[in-house]
Ligand binder design. Structure first.
Ligand code: NAP
Length: 259
């Protein structure tokens, strides 16, 4: 299927690796020009070069911390007017409710709530003026099924979910859609880190921690960044203009609810 977005311009935050990179590759495969971002310049440039070589699209790489105001300003200025915004950042660390301080919450809110809100606020007006735009926020299954050790993530991402529910409906009449993509367990560095934490906490091997996690997924495996990216590209496509304010879960059937 031609997704109808060839020649569009997308900003994909936190995209040198993992799910962000999956989104970048899927959009590049549709002929979308990209602005990529991550803190580490070396991995970012390697990813940018690989995408340029494989898909022949323009790729601008901006090494910056997207969770800071200075980083956001740098990325937005390099990006210029964009048609597609994919917000993403690293997830908060796991822990116990007794340990989290006010500063921990503020850091999580900055990264996973206030950063996407700032980027949305900065880019939506131009999309609305031009009558077409797509925003996809990478959030988490945690907004549907909170994960106790990821309380910082549960709290910040629930806030973003509420924000998107309102804003998406306020801007829908301008040809702009805003939706959230909720990853369940996907095979990325983030999951390797969580396996390490689980293994240390339970006195088991990382392989055993991973096997226990896999056993919770009816599909019998973790998701891939490619699958995640394909869903993102569809949400960003011309075909998905009637999808407004939705929370789309990609979790191999792990969430046990009917809807
Ligand atoms: P990942 O594989 O660890 O990749 C994270 C990417 O984001 C890297 O490119 C990293 O590069 C970049 N990044 C991190 N912090 C950044 C910052 N402050 N500014 C700019 N770039 C930043 O993680 P992932 O698995 O793709 O996860 C992406 C998001 O989905 C996270 O918020 C995660 O919590 C959430 N999530 C993931 C899963 C899963 O199963 N993987 C499940 C639920 C939710 P640098 O380190 O060089 O900056």
């Amino acid at each position: 299927m031609d997704l109808g977005i060839k020649g569009r311009r997308a900003l994909i935050c936190a995209s040198s690796k993992g799910l962000g990179r999956g989104c970048a590759e899927a959009l590049a495969a549709e002929g979308v020009h990209l602005v990529l971002n991550a803190r580490g310049g070396e991995a970012l440039e390697t990813t940018a070069e690989a995408i340029r070589a494989e898909y022949g699209v323009d790729v601008t790489a901006v090494a910056a911390d997207i969770t800071t105001e200075a980083g956001q300003a740098e990325v937005l200025s390099a990006a210029g007017p964009i048609d597609i915004l994919v917000t993403n950042a690293g997830g908060p660390p796991p822990g116990m409710w007794t340990d989290w301080s006010r500063d921990d919450f503020i850091a999580a809110f900055d990264a996973n709530l206030l950063t996407p809100i700032a980027l949305i606020k900065a880019t939506l007006p131009n999309m609305m003026d031009r009558g077409w735009g797509r925003v996809v926020n990478i959030t988490s299954v945690a907004v549907k099924a909170p994960i106790p050790v990821l309380g910082l993530s549960n709290t910040a991402r629930s806030g973003l979910t509420g924000y998107v529910a309102g804003v998406s409906r306020q801007v829908a009449g301008s040809g702009v859609t805003v939706n959230n993509l909720l990853p369940g367990l996907h095979d990325t560095d983030r999951l390797l880190m969580l396996d390490k934490v689980d293994a240390a906490a339970q006195g088991i091997t990382e392989d055993a921690a991973r096997a226990a996690r896999t056993a919770t997924i009816p599909a019998g495996r973790f998701g891939t960044a490619e699958e995640f990216g394909a869903a993102c590209a569809w949400l960003c496509s011309d075909k998905a203009g009637f999808v407004i304010g939705q929370n789309i879960l990609l979790d191999g059937g792990a969430f046990p609810g009917a809807m």
